[in-house]
Design a protein around this ligand. Sequence first.
Ligand SMILES: *Cc1c(COP(=O)(O)O)cnc(C)c1O
Length: 227
Amino acid sequence: MKNLKFQEHLNRVLLDFSPDQHLLIVSKTRTLDEIRAYYDIGHRHFGENRVQELLLKSNELKVSCPEIKWHMIGHLQSNKVKDLFKVHHLESIHSVDSIHLLDELIKNEHRLNQAVGIFLQFNTSREEEKSGFETIEELELAITRLKNCQHLYLQGLMTMGALRVDDQMKSAEACFRELAEVKAELDQKWDLDLQLSMGMSQDYKIALAEGANWLRLGTMMFDISGD
Ligand SMILES: *Cc1c(COP(=O)(O)O)cnc(C)c1O
């Protein structure tokens, strides 16, 4: 019964997605049973924003969800990198927000035995409390750093819409459009095909329209009692 509800909801959400757009279900604060409910109906990509919670959940679900793919989406402190790399089935890191953090990841990549995708977080909203790269030049420095890695590879760019603005939707649109422009510029100059990680529950339809490849959806995937 419960799975049917999740299945119907998932199907409805995915109706708007094109083949190169992927749903990342953000399972932070959610229970193992809630994660398993989506896993059991075939969903594989899940995101967490804290290393300890991610590590714990990846351990707990290692046996019952062998095909799960974990994404780290939250701010990452350099001193948590070693723990992050212990996560089973770590697929990618969406929140690489500085050269300093990137260097720490590279320094520790020998601990990995699988490929892990890196998304460089770009601060399109320019809000001070948001972290992230702020110029194309900084992103290019990161791109060159990633060229010689063994396990880490450049997967794409990530951003978040502004929070403290009058018209959040209009602002989200501007942020997502800017990220798409940055992608176009870097793709051309460096011969890349960067993926875009953008869009949360409240603004994901805008992100879909602006060419997002990874939609990070939490609240709307779990608080579904109303529909
Ligand atoms: C929590 C979180 C999300 C999901 O937000 P919802 O509003 O619950 O969909 C997406 N991205 C990041 C970085 C988050 O921390």
